[in-house]
Every structure is written in C-alpha cells, then in structure tokens.
Design a protein around this ligand. Structure first.
Ligand SMILES: Cc1cc2nc3c(=O)[nH]c(=O)nc-3n(C[C@H](O)[C@H](O)[C@H](O)COP(=O)(O)OP(=O)(O)OC[C@H]3O[C@@H](n4cnc5c(N)ncnc54)[C@H](O)[C@@H]3O)c2cc1C
Length: 494
C-alpha cells in the first residue's frame, strides 16, 4: 500500500485524507495545530462559543454536486440540521432597513418598494439572478482517472446554464462597487455593494443572490469545529492517522520527486505528499528552493488575499430580537489596523443553543482589510495587545450606543488579527480566501507542479475566490491525480 503524507488538517487536507483512504492509500496527516479545521474553526471563551469560520456554506442543499462531496467525506449527513438564515443580511440605515431575503419574489418587491426610481436596474438584476440560479459548482473527474462512480456535468444541465453564461462578461468586467452606482437610491446602492464587498467582482454578487434564492447555503449545526471534527472522525475511522502539534518544515525532494517530509529533525518517508498549507505561502517556504513555475509566478503576482480582523464579544443580554447578520453605519467611524471603518458588521448567535450562557449572547464582527503590516509593526513596537484592546473597546462603545440595553454587560471579548491567522494557518499574511476582483476569470492553479513528481497541492488558494467548497473540491482533485499517477481506481462516491 502506498504511503501518503498530507500537510494540514484543514478542510482540504481532511477531504484529501478521506478520499485517499477510501481509494486504498495509507495516509498520515501532519497538522501544526492541536485541532482539525484550519481556518474553519470555532472556540469557547468563558462559556461563549464563537464561530470563526463558516458564515454560509454552499452545498447544504441536498443533491447538489457539492452536497454529495460533503456527505461523502462525513461533513454533513441527513441528521445534521442546517440553519438557513433569512434574511441573509440586514442593513439598518436608521431611517430604513433593507433585507436580503432568500425568496426572490419577496426581495424583488422589497427593493422596488424602497427605490421605485431604480425600477429598470432592479428588473434587470432579477431577470439575471433567475438565469444565474441555474448555475451550481460542478464536481468533475479529471481526465484519464479510473473512477468507481463517474462525476461530471450532464448535457441537460449545461443547456440550462447557457443563458447564464451569456451574462458572465457583463458582470465580471465590473466590481460590485462600480455595479452599485447604477442604482440612484444611495441606500440601495450601499446595500448592493455590501452584499459581498465592493472590491469583489459583480458576478460573485449576482451569483450569491442566485444561490440564496435556489435554497442553497446554510450553517451546519455546531458550526466549523463540529464539522471539521466529523470529517476527522471519518478519516480516523477509515484507518488514517492525524499527528496534531506536528508542523512540517520542508517537503523532502530527491531526483525531482517528493520522497517525504521533515518534521522537526526527522525525515519521514512517503510515496507521495499532498500539501494543503496555503499554496501561496507553501511555494516559498516548504521547499529547499522556492517553486518558480509560471503558474507560481502568476499566483505571487496576481493574488489579492482576503484577510480580516475578527472581534468576538460575549454579551450578558438576550439579543434574539436583533437580526442574525446586521450591517449599520456607526455615528462616528472607528479605526482598525490604521484603516477607517464606516460600516459595522455584527453576527448575532442569540438563536443558537449553547453558544452562550442562559440569557446571554455571543456576537462577532468581521472587519475586512489588509492590515497585516500595521499589526506586525504593533508586534514589533510592543503595542499589539494595547491596540487590540483599543479596537475591542471602540467596537464595544459603538454597539453599546446602538443598543443601550447592553451597556456594562460585556462579559468577554477577543480579537484575532491577521497575525493570529498567520500563526495558526501559516498562510500568506494570515489570509483565508482570495478577492475575485473586476475582470477576474475565476483563476485556477494546477494540482501538480511540473518540476516535482509525487507532489500534489490542494486548498482554498487553488481556485479564486476559494472558501470551503473549493477546499473540498481541490482535496478531492489531488487524490484523483494521485490515483491516476498510481493506476488506482478512485473510490469516492457521487
Ligand atoms: C472569518 C472567516 C470567515 C469565513 N467564512 C466562510 C464562509 O462563510 N464560507 C466559506 O465557504 N468559507 C469561509 N471562510 C473561508 C474558509 O474557512 C477557508 O477558505 C477554508 O477553510 C480553507 O481551507 P484549507 O484547507 O484550504 O486551508 P486551511 O484552513 O488554511 O488549512 C490548512 C491547514 O494546514 C495547517 N498547516 C499549514 N502549514 C502547515 C505545516 N507546515 N505543517 C503542518 N500543518 C500545516 C494549518 O494549521 C491548517 O490547519 C471563512 C474564513 C474565515 C477566517
């Protein structure tokens, strides 16, 4: 039996692990952290449970191709409840509230009632959303692999998707910020650019509304850590081993082949190595000489990393009357990592059992922006903890002003900066996805480098914009390449 080493027990590493075991390989995962999940994680502080990963995961809708993968690897099953947030997002403008409802007709009417002067643009948007709702992420077999069960896109589905394909050039050539300017109502315009963020391709925004309308995208009970543990349990039940607290410093290569990994002083031999550490970081750090193939150069040059500062707060107050995902403009802007912030995002977990002590609520806030260098400087000049506290206090003051009933009821706060993510994930600048900006063509990068045999890559960075489905899909794909190279039948079910 061929011995395979996987670097990383995030979602891509665990996925690759399950498929490789199912296909008959002897698999060991080396993970630097003490728990599985990587960026898909949750944690407890003083009785509060903070969700740090999944905010919405596609492939929760039964019978979609991605759902089959989630079930195949043990991430989801029919008895794991899926929480489907509706409205998906609420923007509170004080004088007006705009909601992103999942029901497409309800959303259509809601937006028309808010901005009748934007009727023409609203009509066009909803016509296009309906066409886009026929698109779903395909799960394909690679060319030449032997499989137990075939997976591909049936011709009938491709035909249904054709009208949507025709819209791609129009939306992908502009970012959401530019697209939002088509709407004259300033609040509607602001709402549109907030859905996935103004710097992201407008195609991603329309696809998001379309996916929500199709009923896909939810939050599995227990969240990120519970889901990662389910996949890890399946991996171990199939006979795999995960070595936690075991960072790999180098992939060992000889005569143009990966032959093992260095873990501490020890060289551990393997017939193949699958690297799931962020590819953008791995190509420069995990090899004796950085990987300099054309795709790697392109990845270094073109990647726009998504990173954030994440604030979690435990409130001794029941907040189930507030929206689950809320945006609003604070009376005065606040600063995070030296960058001015004029919008606050709050995720409210009041409706989730055991996420907080009785009568209390766990809330989180994702503050986007590349603040890596700022935090690094703080670390160097000794102001890191002070700056984290200043940020937490600024945000607490804003939410106390917004909801005076929570004043003085903050039980706990926690701030994760890009340096925290970098420390846990060893990813580029602590990032966990890539921006699919204006003009982006959903770049994808190879699973196998040309210069080193028996080496495979998987993970969020390989297909822009990344995220959980990409992590799983690329993990599966790495094992299909491994199967093809070793003349093994890929056993994953579809
Ligand atoms: C705040 C936040 C919100 C998000 N929201 C969503 C969402 O709503 N929907 C969605 O789809 N996605 C979301 N994501 C993104 C998603 O979580 C990630 O894209 C995905 O989990 C990446 O998985 P991965 O396996 O590719 O990489 P990672 O999760 O980075 O896993 C890599 C693993 O490898 C380990 N590792 C790295 N280097 C080494 C080494 N040298 N030796 C040993 N181990 C190593 C790391 O510790 C890590 O466990 C979110 C992420 C964050 C942080």
């Amino acid at each position: 039996m061929k011995k395979v080493i996987i670097i990383g027990a995030g979602i891509s590493g665990l996925t690759a692990g399950v498929y490789a075991l199912q296909s008959g390989f002897d698999v060991t995962i080396y993970e630097s952290h003490t728990i599985p999940g990587g960026a898909s994680t949750s944690w407890r502080r003083k009785g509060y449970y903070f969700e740090g990963g999944i905010h919405w995961m596609t492939g929760t809708l039964p019978d979609t191709p991605t759902n089959k993968v989630w079930k195949n690897i043990g991430a989801l099953s029919d008895d794991i409840p899926i929480h489907v947030r509706d409205p998906f997002l609420t923007y509170d403008f004080d004088s007006l509230t705009i909601c992103l409802y999942r029901d497409i007709d309800k959303l259509h009417k809601h937006l028309l009632s808010i901005a009748p002067e934007d009727k023409k643009e609203i009509e066009r948007l909803f016509r296009d959303v309906k066409k886009m709702s026929k698109i779903s992420m395909p799960i394909m077999d690679i060319k030449g692999v032997k499989v137990r069960e075939k997976s591909g896109v049936p011709l009938s589905s491709i035909i249904k998707m054709l009208p949507a394909f025709a819209l791609i050039p129009f939306y992908s050539k502009q970012d959401s910020g530019e697209f939002s300017k088509r709407f004259r109502d300033p609040m509607l315009s602001q709402f549109i650019k907030t859905i996935i963020g103004p710097e992201n391709n407008a195609l991603g925004m329309v696809l998001t509304i379309a996916t929500l309308a199709s009923g896909d995208g939810g939050y599995p009970e227990g969240g990120s850590l519970a889901m990662a543990r389910r996949i890890a349990d399946k991996f171990e039940a199939l006979g795999g081993t995960i070595n936690f607290g075991s960072p790999v410093s180098k992939v060992v290569t000889r005569d143009g082949k990966a032959v093992g990994v260095l873990q501490g002083e020890n060289e551990i031999p393997a017939d193949a190595v699958i690297v799931t550490q962020d590819t953008l970081a791995a190509i420069d750090t995990l090899f004796e000489t950085p990987i300099n193939e054309p795709w790697a150069e392109k990845m270094r040059k073109e990647t726009k990393p998504v990173l954030n500062t994440f604030v979690s707060i435990g409130v001794e107050e029941e907040l189930s009357d507030l929206p689950e995902s809320l945006y609003f403009n604070p009376k005065v802007p606040f600063y995070c990592g030296g960058q001015e912030q004029t919008i606050v995002n709050i995720n409210n977990y009041a409706k989730f059992k055991d996420y907080a002590p009785d009568g209390c609520t766990a809330i989180t806030s994702i503050i986007g922006g590349d603040t890596y260098e700022f935090w690094k400087q703080c670390k160097q000049n000794g102001t890191y903890n002070e700056e984290k506290e200043r940020l937490a206090n600024a945000l607490i003051e804003i939410i106390e002003n917004k909801w005076p009933r929570i004043k003085g009821k903050i039980a706990v706060w926690d701030v994760a900066t890009p340096l925290t993510y970098e420390r846990y994930l060893s990813s580029y600048k602590g990032s966990w996805m890539s921006v699919m900006g204006k003009g982006s063509k959903m770049e994808s990068y190879p699973t196998k480098p040309k210069s080193i045999n028996n080496l495979y890559f998987a993970g969020q960075r390989l297909m822009v914009p990344g995220g959980l489905p990409v992590a799983a899909e690329t993990g599966r794909k790495a094992v299909q390449y491994l199967c093809r190279d070793t003349d093994t039948v890929f056993q994953g079910k579809m």
